[in-house]
Design a binder for this molecule. Structure first.
Ligand code: BDR
Ligand code: CA
Length: 314
């Protein structure tokens, strides 16, 4: 294993964000410099509290946590309690975490951390609306060269949308931020619904996780039981899609995914298709390829990795 990858995570927990965090927080491959919460699945007060609870459960009180933006750059915040429950993280009993968030605003932290880094050093992993990342890029365009890559969950092409017929939630909530990110000129790796809908929980997969018998696995299984309810009704599936952990899984084991270099643009103009990711999969526009679009994954390997890493919390 080489030097751990300097990484900053930005999320809106969310049960699938929680699994993304658990996968990241004990990975020796990653050097997590900070984690920022953003308003998304639920309001910021809850995503920030959820973040602190999850990091505490994972035993990583050494990582600084920040609260970023409450809502999108232009539009009104749309939340998803209907998927994640009232707390944003139903399945986990809410408690008052001992870990306190830093007083510094998440966007200020991002700017400061990137300014202090070398060129091409920091990997950003956003798994919520892209508001914090776009605000930092707008306020301090000089930070862009410091970003090694942005590995994000968002968007949909073949799969269609999950919040409107054509838009995926994270991009729909802040399409203007997503547009800034897509045009930032740094390498972008995108895990949208085309691939995340291939990593579905099942009762058997959740049972395996619960069977690991440690606190993190127990909490994970309880959250996934809740998370599966809405999506199994919606998609007629046995469980729910583990969207956000795809980002970290790719950083840990990239060969389980298939990606294609494409031009990706975000619709910020039409109310009908707001937040749609126009993925030029066949390069019909001739526009520059600005992102790697994930289109396939080996789901068995994905769940094997997840289960293996959660077992290490024992
Ligand atoms: C994305 O939206 C949120 O509800 C999930 O946490 C995930 O990041 C999926 O569309
Ligand atoms: Ca999320």
């Amino acid at each position: 294993m080489g030097t751990p990858l300097p990484t900053i995570i930005d999320c809106d927990p969310g049960q699938d964000d929680a699994l993304m965090l658990f996968l990241a927080l004990n990975a020796p491959e990653l050097d997590i410099r900070g984690i920022i919460a953003v308003g998304g699945n639920v309001h910021l007060a809850k995503t920030a509290r959820n973040l602190a609870m999850l990091v505490e459960i994972a035993g990583r009180s050494d990582i600084p946590l920040y609260a970023g933006c409450e809502g999108p750059m232009v539009r009104k915040l749309v939340t998803a309690e209907y998927v994640h429950g009232e707390t944003g993280i139903n399945g986990l009993d809410v408690f008052e975490p001992e870990i306190k968030l830093q007083v510094q605003h998440g966007v200020d932290f991002l700017i400061e951390a990137l300014r202090a880094a070398d060129d091409d050093e920091i990997t950003l992993v956003p798994t919520g609306p892209l508001t914090n990342i776009a605000m930092a890029l707008n306020l301090a365009p000089d930070i862009a060269p410091k970003i090694k890559q942005i590995v994000l969950m968002g968007g949909a092409m073949r799969e269609g949308g999950n919040v409107t017929p054509s838009a995926e939630f994270n991009i729909y909530v802040d399409p203007h931020a997503a547009d800034v990110v897509m045009r930032c000129g740094r390498p972008i790796v995108i895990f949208g619904l085309d691939v995340t809908h291939k990593v579905m929980t099942t009762p058997a997969r959740i049972a395996k996780i619960r069977g690991l018998g440690n606190q993190v696995s127990e909490v994970s299984a309880n959250m996934l039981d809740f998370f599966g309810i809405h999506d199994s009704e919606k998609y007629g599936s046995l469980g729910g899609p583990l969207h956000d952990p795809c980002t970290i899984a790719w950083l840990l084991e990239p060969t389980m995914f298939e990606l294609k270099s494409c031009n990706v643009e975000v619709d910020t103009k039409s109310e009908l298709t707001m937040g749609h990711t126009a993925v030029d999969y066949w390069h019909v526009t001739g526009k520059p390829k600005n992102a790697m679009w994930a289109h396939d994954v080996d789901a068995e390997r994905f769940f094997a990795l997840l289960t293996e890493r959660l077992a290490l919390y024992g």
